[in-house]
Design a protein around this ligand. Structure first.
Ligand SMILES: Cc1cc2nc3c(=O)[nH]c(=O)nc-3n(C[C@H](O)[C@H](O)[C@H](O)COP(=O)(O)OP(=O)(O)OC[C@H]3O[C@@H](n4cnc5c(N)ncnc54)[C@H](O)[C@@H]3O)c2cc1C
Length: 317
């Protein structure tokens, strides 16, 4: 007979790891965590710059940890090491390079679809975050300059003239982080950074006041062009300018296609769930950033995972 896992977790970020580990601690076995990237925590790995400070109470939101994963302030590296140990210490099977495309329930059992087949499970927890698919600009990016246009700090080096596009927390963090070693401008279609958290608003105001970041506010971009291998940014309101690199931080969308194909109802861009993070499909849960419009955090994701584990444990036969 084909193996039926007690629990399959889709996405190995903080919320998924918590759902898996807390369930294990409550005595649930046969837990499988599927991660599309090469290792757990792709969001932290890809979107946090090296040595980034990681705050437990991120954006000033105080979160009391409910569960058994004692996550503390640290850095990108200590946080990744911490989750490494947590996974290894708790008998959770992690399979990487495995993207889940959809989930279907037949009878009491779920089919979790991956390339070339499906995996069976009694409970499924979807913790795919919101960063899987960064929003991209509507205009076309010429092939020649594609390597100079990005959505993370991955390819950045030093001494470059860089334009960061966006006005939210990630855009500000990128601009401020890059500014000591690069010539950085930030372009935002609105006039102020009011959407960002207070710390980031303060940091960008300081950087601008000290001429470390040049603001281009209330301005829209209509095209990117190839200027002998560099990026010519065509603005609607001001003259074009040439940059070595352009980084877009214009948010990530809820992976709506995934939710829709799995029959999970969405409202206002978020999956519908009850207080235990269970969707209308019994046994199918959502947790972490995917449940938040904005402002998720590692600690919040850990608490979601714990709540789900407790709920499943109570109902598990
Ligand atoms: C630049 C930046 C800085 C931040 N700084 C902090 C901070 O200091 N402190 C803090 O608490 N929070 C911080 N956050 C927020 C924090 O990273 C998120 O709230 C947290 O990672 C959300 O956890 P999650 O488990 O919901 O999702 P994620 O961490 O996004 O994990 C989702 C995982 O699912 C995988 N996945 C996606 N789709 C699939 C699929 N179809 N199949 C299989 N796997 C899939 C992804 O590859 C990823 O590994 C920051 C975020 C950003 C972008």
């Amino acid at each position: 007979m084909e193996k039926v896992y007690d629990m399959v977790i889709v996405g190995a970020g903080p919320a998924g790891i918590a759902a898996a580990v807390e369930s294990y601690l409550l005595g649930i076995r046969n837990i499988l965590m599927l991660e599309k990237d090469e290792n757990h925590n792709a969001t932290i790995r890809k979107y946090y710059k090296d040595n980034k400070r990681v705050d437990k109470d991120w954006k000033g939101q105080k979160v009391e940890l409910d569960g058994n994963i004692y996550f503390l302030d640290g850095t990108k590296e200590t946080t990744l090491d911490f989750f490494d140990e947590v996974i290894k210490a708790h008998g959770v099977e992690l399979v990487t390079h495995t993207e889940v495309s959809k989930i279907e329930k037949s009878g009491e059992i779920f089919d979790v679809f991956i390339a070339g087949g499906s995996i069976k499970a009694k409970y499924v927890v979807v913790t795919i975050g919101r960063m899987g698919k960064p929003n991209k600009p509507e205009y076309k990016i010429p092939t020649n300059i594609k390597k100079r246009v990005g959505y993370t700090l991955d390819d950045c080096s030093e001494g470059e003239k860089i334009l960061v596009v966006g006005g939210g927390d990630s855009a500000i963090e990128y601009a401020v982080d890059l500014s000591p070693k690069n010539d950085v401008s930030i372009c935002y279609r609105r006039e102020t950074f009011r959407r960002a958290n207070p710390i980031n608003q303060r940091d960008i105001a300081n950087a601008i006041a000290h001429s470390e970041v040049r603001p281009i506010l209330g301005v829209n971009i209509s095209a990117l062009e190839d200027e002998e291998g560099r990026v010519r940014v065509v603005y609607d309101e001001i003259e074009p300018e040439i940059y070595d690199r352009v980084i877009y931080a214009i948010g990530g969308t809820t992976p709506s296609a995934f939710l829709a194909s799995s029959g999970i109802e969405e409202q206002d861009g978020k999956p519908v769930h009850d207080d235990n993070y269970e969707t209308a499909i019994e046994g199918l849960f959502v947790a972490g950033d995917i449940t938040q419009e904005s402002g998720g955090s590692i600690a919040l994701g850990l608490n979601h995972g714990y709540k789900i584990a407790c709920h499943i444990n109570e109902h598990h036969s």
